[in-house]
Design a protein around this ligand. Structure first.
Ligand SMILES: [Zn+2]
Length: 361
């Protein structure tokens, strides 16, 4: 999209909300944060009526930056409007800026919002690591116990719910987006009960309710209204609980928290969140990565792999060989595994590199 992101004064890709920087002397953090209410003088944005960007405005901003008489003026304009120049994809008439670029639910929720909440609760949020005791802090001993309970829960959760979730206190480095998703939706509300103080716990459970609705396969207009109104209330409450209009706490008002207010727009414009979240493309990239056998010529390996997949797909279609040429994991399992008592839904397999250590088939 050729945007400045959190380094622009209008850091949001979807609207013209103006960012605020930490004004303390000697501050080296130039990130723009986007609380709904800020001041003095006290100004508050109406979360139900944000100043949305339009395609025409977006391209006009880009044009202004590109035709600025000097580089310094171009840079200043880019910082002001958040657009660095005309995006190359704008050459495609089928795309609209910013509506053709919905918010990626996977990174927004599982890799940002939930991660940051955990950092706040465990006193590890970078900008507030030195703060005094806060009502939302969870004691280290309690958090360690929550971590152990998380790991132990894997033994009694059917694999249909997803991969086994590691110890959240000790092995957060091993957490994938899928693990954050399972922990938040199924384990968090139980494990945090009574250990996260009431307003914060209720606020977290409200988030889980909203996320559960967002992840539905199909959504009705009533669901989208629920998501829109729900995130408005959730973000306002978030600012009351974690930001408290305190300039020192500004870093909790990240662009990601603000982006929650645009999820309903993305759903209305591009469909349910699963239709464009990054799980699919990351899995595809992961499968390509494993094909790189040569460090000196990685791109040749990638090119050959993509060409081979395309050729194989064509052969399958042309000669009706989809089953015989099925090289997927499931196909290999059927070839290598032992089927017990003709039970077609399950195979016994020797441990191999095809299986993740925690995967049960
Ligand atoms: Zn916005």
């Amino acid at each position: 999209m050729n945007m400045k992101g959190h380094n622009g004064r209008c850091p949001c890709r979807a609207c013209y909300i103006i960012g605020v920087q930490i004004s303390a002397e000697g501050n080296k953090n130039h990130t723009y944060y986007v609380p709904l209410s800020r001041g003095p003088p006290r100004i508050s944005y109406d979360a139900t009526n944000l100043p949305l960007r339009t395609h025409a405005q977006f391209l006009a901003d880009a044009h202004r930056v590109e035709t600025a008489p000097t580089t310094a003026e171009a840079n200043s304009l880019a910082t002001e409007c958040g657009v660095k120049g005309t995006p190359i994809l704008s050459a495609l008439s089928s795309l609209e800026f910013p509506t053709s670029f919905p918010i990626d639910f996977m990174h927004l929720i599982w890799e940002n919002i939930v991660k940051n909440l955990i950092l706040l609760w465990t006193k590890n949020f970078p900008a507030l690591a030195h703060e005094n005791s806060q009502p939302y802090h969870i004691k280290k001993t309690v958090w360690d116990a929550i971590g152990e309970a998380t790991a132990a829960a894997g033994s009694s959760i059917p694999s249909a719910f997803g991969s086994r979730v590691p110890n959240i206190a000790k092995n957060r480095g091993d957490f994938s987006a899928e693990a954050y998703s399972i922990w938040t939706l199924f384990l968090g509300p139980v494990l945090l009960w009574k250990f996260l103080k009431k307003p914060y716990y209720d606020h977290f459970v409200d988030l889980v309710t909203l996320l559960t609705v967002c992840m539905r396969f199909e959504l009705t207009p009533t669901d989208v209204r629920f998501i829109r109104d729900g995130f408005v209330k959730w973000v306002q409450r978030y600012e009351e609980l974690y930001y408290r209009s305190d300039t020192h706490r500004l870093p909790v008002c990240t662009i990601n928290v603000h982006s929650l207010l645009h999820i309903a727009d993305s759903i209305e414009q591009c469909g349910p969140v699963w239709a464009y979240w990054c799980f699919a493309v990351e899995r595809f990239c992961g499968s390509l990565l494993r094909t790189i056998r040569n460090r000196r010529f990685p791109f040749a390996c990638l090119d050959r792999r993509i060409r081979d997949i395309a050729q194989l797909d064509q052969i399958k279609v042309r000669y009706n060989l989809s089953k015989i040429l099925d090289l997927s994991l499931r196909g290999q399992i059927k070839d290598r595994g032992t089927c017990i008592n003709n039970c077609k839904s399950g195979w016994l397999l020797a441990v191999s590199r095809f299986l993740r250590s925690n995967q049960i088939i």
